[in-house]
Design a protein around this ligand. Structure first.
Ligand SMILES: *[C@@H]1O[C@H](CO)[C@@H](O)[C@H](O)[C@H]1NC(C)=O
Length: 397
């Protein structure tokens, strides 16, 4: 009885702390650059005079095909308009050297137990150390998860120095990344500028790296550092899939129209992309692919002309392979407002997250807190049964 009471006291304390942290996050969130707001959130913010509660937004269903506005850009976000002429001129320069490698990441000697079942690859930028820490300590943790061997890498380019005579800053970041790589063995650093429009370079370099250094990996999850991934649910989903078959699943966007408004960050002139709609693509916030598709994409993407929006680019590579990405309702790379799938739950409710695979738009603290709420010693007490994960999980069954 006393133990029960203590448990209850613990639970209310957790709730209280969560509420406090939530308030704090909310206060902070409003002051921030719009890096965690989704396209819909951005659009709606413009019409909303006073900021509402910290909310994720849902894609309007039944509306016209969504225009591409992408998802969370990594900081630093682009400033000024995009120089297409320069981009087109430099487009053929698409091979950059690897400055920090993890050659043993997927080898038996570096990975006790052999080849990973799941490789988690997270796009990050040098300055975002805290988010990397949050991911390392939560959903990106390496080791065995429900019997599956999980490995992790972060994908980085060279930070573009803010000030022109930023020689010192450059060496500073490089030294930090080397130290971080030494400590965690999870940093991949390439020699291109880490900018929003170079995410496509990150994509092709990662695909080439993974097929060279992780040739036998069963599945790969690739996403942003501001997502929450329910790795257990992801593994459940993958349990019935064959890594030798094609698979790329995520938050799939079909018939997105290129944005022709010059002042948009995602403006694409007709000279660069003339067709009225993009091929189907999976939102870059988080998607999963099989080892077979990884290897096929690596060679297909090498033949597709660079396109400045990375997830659309990957859609173009898929199209070249005559593959279509598979929509999965539990991948929410555009974030959530009132969870339409589960209206009985509030947004920051572990019972809601428990039913999803990927949720986009979280701060480092959000990620950590959600992990604690989901994986804490008591676990969330939810009225509804967990629908995604059913029965004990077995790899290779
Ligand atoms: C991409 O990186 C290259 C090499 O660092 C750089 O020259 C180029 O300006 C970058 N492109 C964009 C669009 O940021």
């Amino acid at each position: 009885m006393r133990r029960r009471l203590r448990l209850r006291r613990d639970a209310s304390l957790t709730l209280l702390l969560s509420a406090a942290l939530g308030l704090l996050l909310y206060a902070q969130h409003d002051g921030e650059a719009p890096t965690t707001s989704t396209p819909q959130a951005r659009r709606r913010e413009a019409q909303r005079p006073t900021p509402g509660p910290r909310a994720f937004q849902v894609l309007d269903s039944g509306a016209a095909p969504p225009a591409y506005e992408g998802d969370t850009p990594p900081s630093p976000t682009p400033t000024g308009s995009f120089d297409f002429r320069r981009y087109l001129r430099a487009k053929d320069q698409r091979r950059f050297s690897l400055l920090i490698n993890q050659p043993h990441k997927c080898r038996g000697d570096g990975a006790p137990g052999g080849q990973p079942d799941l490789l988690i690859a997270v796009k990050s930028v040098a300055a975002d150390f805290e988010r990397r820490q949050a991911v390392r300590q939560t959903w990106g943790a390496e080791g065995r998860v429900q019997g599956a061997l999980v490995r992790r890498v972060f994908l980085l380019g060279v930070p573009r120095s803010a000030d022109p005579e930023g020689e010192g800053t450059q060496t500073h970041w490089r030294a930090l990344l080397h130290a971080e790589s030494h400590a965690y063995s999870d940093i991949l650093l390439w020699a291109f500028d880490d900018t929003f429009f170079n995410l496509t370079l990150k994509e092709i370099h990662f695909l080439a790296w993974a097929s060279a250094f992780c040739p036998n990996v069963r599945f790969v999850f690739k996403g942003d550092a501001d997502v929450f991934v329910h790795v257990g649910n992801l593994l459940e989903f993958l349990a019935s899939r064959d890594p030798a078959q094609d698979l790329l699943a995520g938050d799939v966007i079909v018939q997105a129209r290129p944005i022709r408004a010059r002042d948009s960050k995602y403006y694409i002139p007709e000279a660069v992309y003339g067709l009225p709609a993009y091929p189907a693509y999976a939102g870059g916030g988080g998607f999963v692919l099989s080892g077979a598709t990884l290897r096929r994409l690596a060679s297909a993407c090498a033949q597709v002309e660079l396109f400045p929006i990375d997830d659309v680019f990957l859609g173009m590579c898929l199209q070249r392979l005559r593959l279509t990405p598979e929509p999965h309702p539990a991948f929410r790379t555009f974030g959530i407002s009132q969870p339409s799938a589960a209206p009985h739950l509030s947004t920051f409710d572990p019972c809601f997250y428990r039913e999803l695979v990927v949720v986009h738009g979280l701060s480092a603290a959000d990620i950590w807190l959600m992990w604690r709420l989901l994986h804490g010693s008591h676990g969330p007490v939810c009225a509804h049964r967990q629908p995604v994960a059913a029965g004990p999980f077995q790899w290779g069954s």
